[in-house]
Design a protein around this ligand. Structure first.
Ligand code: ZN
Ligand code: ZN
Length: 411
């Protein structure tokens, strides 16, 4: 039973996720602990006609040892061969799969500054590659696979093996591989997402006002010619792919200098093995002018101070409170899962496809259009069961978008 679902999951990732084409190379970033699943993906990719599957293995425990004992200067460096490796594969038209499965408590004893420096160095070195992916030049996908440490954080009462099995069970349901034909189930799901997307695009809101009882009171203006996206996307070459499995969101880009008010987080944020919890951000003309955090203040500070753009928003995403991952009632401590259970925002770079013709625009043109650019893109969750969102149209009509955490429209 499990073997069959694992194979369906691997096939789903290859066909529906990155949607590998004949003779295309697939590059996989995988934790060594997920090797069993990564091998299934490798096999599925060759069966679909992959030219070559290249795997970059990582091991979070050795990474932690490096953070604890390495000399200080290495946290600002990224070796050239790493940059060249990604650049050469993406220029050659490869597709990219990341397996996200980190221990949320891994870096507790590590100096938060080392982590933010290393993240920034990596973001800077891989900027070109990231920009290619964020403007859909190549197809890419992020998925998750249980590891012992991650599963134990979610289900602390169970022993590690049981926790892993339980998490597999949840993941299989959420990514729809418990269905007879997951690829068809995903087609149906992305059609539903595209109906909410079309409706928002039709309203063409000038701004959205978010409020809830924990204190969120935030107005987000949207740039002219913004687009809402969700579900499947297309590469510039016309290949349809799904960048996140699971995905439950429709999203767009805020107007960089058009965000005002305060927003409170509603789920913990796992940033590179450090948790930021119960935090708030205050915005004036788009910029974060104040912030607080009950846990992980230094990590949040590191994110905000990455560069100029990381002080501004780059994504606004809507996910109903009544949706499959949210209804599981589980806090996953993993952004891929938690952001698809909750309305969320991201600090940093926006997806250029969120504005008409944005994928073809230069950074300068994007900035002129009100689209944020940055080295960072960090999602954080703000949805709650009492979240209200009201849209204002260009005709100054106020339209309820969310009431009590869910769509106010009948879709
Ligand atoms: Zn999102
Ligand atoms: Zn995002």
């Amino acid at each position: 039973m499990k073997e069959e679902q694992l194979q369906k999951y691997a096939a789903l990732v290859v066909k529906t996720g990155v949607n590998i084409q004949k003779n295309q190379t697939l590059v996989i970033m995988s934790p060594i602990e997920c090797a069993e699943f990564t091998r299934l993906v490798t096999e599925a990719a060759y069966k679909e006609g992959a030219r070559e599957v290249v795997i970059h293995w990582n091991d979070e425990i050795s990474t932690k040892i490096k953070y604890l004992h390495g000399p200080d200067e290495i946290f600002d460096e990224v070796p050239n061969w790493q940059v060249e490796s990604m650049a050469s594969y993406s220029q050659a038209g490869a597709c990219f799969l990341s397996i996200s499965a980190s221990d949320p408590d891994l870096m507790k004893e590590v100096d938060a500054k080392r982590i933010s420096r290393a993240q920034k160095a990596k973001q800077l070195a891989l900027r070109e590659h990231t920009e290619r992916l964020m403007s859909n030049k190549n197809s890419w996908c992020v998925v998750s696979v249980p590891t012992r440490a991650w599963a134990s954080k979610i289900f602390p009462g169970l022993d590690a093996e049981e926790a892993v099995e339980k998490l597999w069970d949840k993941i299989f349901k959420i990514v729809r591989v418990d269905r007879y034909d997951p690829v068809a189930a995903w087609k149906e799901h992305t059609d539903i997402l595209s109906s909410s997307m079309s409706l928002l695009n039709k309203y063409n809101f000038k701004k959205l006002h978010f409020t809830n009882s924990i204190g969120t009171d935030l107005v987000i203006e949207l740039p002219k010619n913004h687009l809402w996206l969700g579900g499947a996307e297309k590469t510039s070459g016309g290949t349809e792919f799904i960048a996140n499995i699971p995905t439950e969101e429709v999203f767009s880009a805020p107007k960089k200098d058009g965000v005002n008010g305060i927003v409170y987080s509603t789920k913990p944020l796992n940033y590179g093995g450090n948790l930021v919890n119960n935090f708030s951000l205050t915005f004036e003309d788009g910029k974060v002018v104040d912030f607080s955090a009950e846990e992980g203040y230094d990590t949040l500070k590191g994110i905000i101070e990455t560069d100029e753009g990381s002080k501004y928003l780059g994504e606004v995403a809507l996910v109903p409170y009544d949706s499959p991952i949210s209804n599981s009632g589980i806090i996953f401590y993993n952004t891929l899962y938690d952001e698809n259970a909750s309305c969320h925002l991201a600090l940093g770079r926006a997806y250029s496809s969120c504005i008409a013709d944005g994928d073809e625009m230069s950074s300068e043109e994007l900035m002129k259009a009100g689209i944020n650019t940055s080295l960072a893109h960090v999602d954080f969750m703000i949805g709650s069961e009492d979240l209200n969102i009201t849209g204002t149209t260009y005709g100054d009509e106020e339209i309820p978008v969310f009431r009590n955490g869910n769509w106010a429209f009948h879709l």
